[in-house]
Ligand binder design. Structure first.
Ligand code: BGC
Length: 417
């Protein structure tokens, strides 16, 4: 196993409020009943061809799978989860603040929720775990969506005021050094305005573009506002680059260029001047053959049928570092692997490839694994299992997966060197 040279290197895990906390009330949960029935009926058509179908069929066709409900109850049991996180030597943790808890109604601030997140943060700080805080990870307060959400440029000010309040209450710059303003803007815009798998989705491509532009504006305005509160905060969005590769011919090269621009660069180019580092979520690669783009599977597929090419993280890191000349943090990376059969291999390829990228000059601040704990995987519901911690949703029992213990030992060894 190769070493990463930097002793301050952050080794962490991530969650997002709605996916782990349980008990949320936001723009996803209001659709629960009809949505869950619809998703369970569509399961066979949408995922019946996955290699994992026979293993997950019963869960995927059960409407309960699509209702988030209590989940792992991380909102109340976070200390237990932090204990487990510490036991595997993690020194960083990425999480999001649920806006709908902080402002359940327009103009109303929920002091109890603010104090709970304060406790949550204090618990991390007292354990010496570096917090990486996300302000918007796909879910929104109902009132904000009813006002037109990010479709309206004038609504951005509500998000800025939420961000400011959180920055003050949670002591940005002192207690929180790394902030992700918006997680994967394109995924949110695509799934809400072009895809048909999220509960509140509509097919309105022009709106999708308008929303993307507004999300870029929102990042730029929020970073200005946070910098007025503290200049010691490091800010970025979390961007999900895909690695494209193919045989060397003119058409393939052209397709790769266009795909890279649309998927990887278009949004980043609009916000990069307001990023102090680059947060990257790497999950997958694509193989390009002339005009055809298909999934690339170097070491097989995950439970979600995503091609697994963990070592391509090196090329993603090198390209993004060369293009944007910023330090990079891997803010998400992982696989759906309920039986824990591929996670070790994924991680070991990833660690080796990050090391190669660092040797080739990439300034890498840290690696954050998705996810700390099994959680709600959006349109797929609860059956995909991304957690280093396995959760029994019936009893709430947590258990470190074997790969998590192995990963923790590796981190421990690296930290000792
Ligand atoms: C998102 C997470 C999601 C993960 C796995 C990322 O795109 O930020 O919320 O669970 O991918 O799909």
């Amino acid at each position: 196993m190769l070493l990463l040279p930097n002793h301050d290197f952050l080794w962490g895990t991530a969650t997002a409020s709605f996916q782990a906390e349980g008990g949320n009330h936001n723009n996803w949960t209001i659709y629960d009943k009809d949505y869950s029935i619809l998703r369970s009926k569509l399961a066979e058509k949408e995922i019946g061809q996955f290699e994992s179908w026979s293993r997950f069929k019963d869960l995927a066709t059960d409407p309960c799978n699509y209702i988030s409900g209590g989940l792992a109850d991380h909102f109340n049991r976070f200390r237990e989860d932090f204990d487990l996180m510490q036991s595997i030597n993690m020194n960083a943790y990425r999480f999001s603040i649920e806006w709908s808890r902080i402002q359940p109604n327009e103009g109303e601030w929920n002091d109890e929720a603010i104090s709970r997140y304060r406790e949550y943060l204090d618990e991390l700080v007292s354990r010496g775990i570096e917090p990486i805080l996300t302000l918007f990870h796909f879910t929104l307060p109902i009132w904000f969506v009813e006002k037109g959400g990010f479709e309206k440029r004038a609504n951005i000010e509500y998000f800025v005021s939420f961000a400011k309040r959180i920055a003050q209450e949670l002591n940005f710059g002192k207690d929180v050094k790394y902030v992700i303003t918006i997680n994967e803007p394109e995924v949110y815009a695509f799934e809400t305005y072009l895809g048909n798998r999220w509960p509140n989705s509509v097919k309105k491509p022009l709106k999708m573009i308008a929303v993307l532009n507004n999300l870029c504006r929102a990042h730029n305005l929020v970073t200005d506002a946070i910098r007025q509160i503290s200049s010691d905060c490091k800010l970025s969005i979390a961007k999900q680059p895909v690695f494209f590769s193919g045989t060397d011919n003119f058409t393939t090269r052209l397709t790769i260029k266009v795909a890279q621009y649309v998927q990887n660069d278009w949004v980043l180019d609009k916000v990069i001047q307001n990023c102090d580092f680059l947060g990257l979520n790497y999950y997958m690669s694509m193989a390009v053959d002339r005009f055809k783009i298909s999934k690339s599977c170097l070491i097989g597929v995950s439970d979600l049928d995503w091609g697994m090419c963990p070592s391509d993280i090196q090329f993603v890191l090198e390209r993004m570092s060369e293009k944007y000349s910023l330090p990079i943090m891997i803010t998400e990376n992982g696989i759906a692997d309920a039986d824990d059969v591929s996670r070790k291999l994924w991680l070991s390829h990833t660690i080796d490839s990050m090391r190669q990228a660092v040797d080739n000059g990439v300034e890498l601040l840290g690696y954050v694994h998705w996810s700390l704990i099994d959680n709600f995987e959006w349109a797929y519901g609860k059956w995909p299992r991304f957690g280093l911690i396995e959760v029994n949703y019936e009893t709430g029992e947590r258990k470190l997966r074997e790969s998590a213990i192995w990963f923790g030992d590796i981190i421990g060894d690296l930290q000792m060197k």
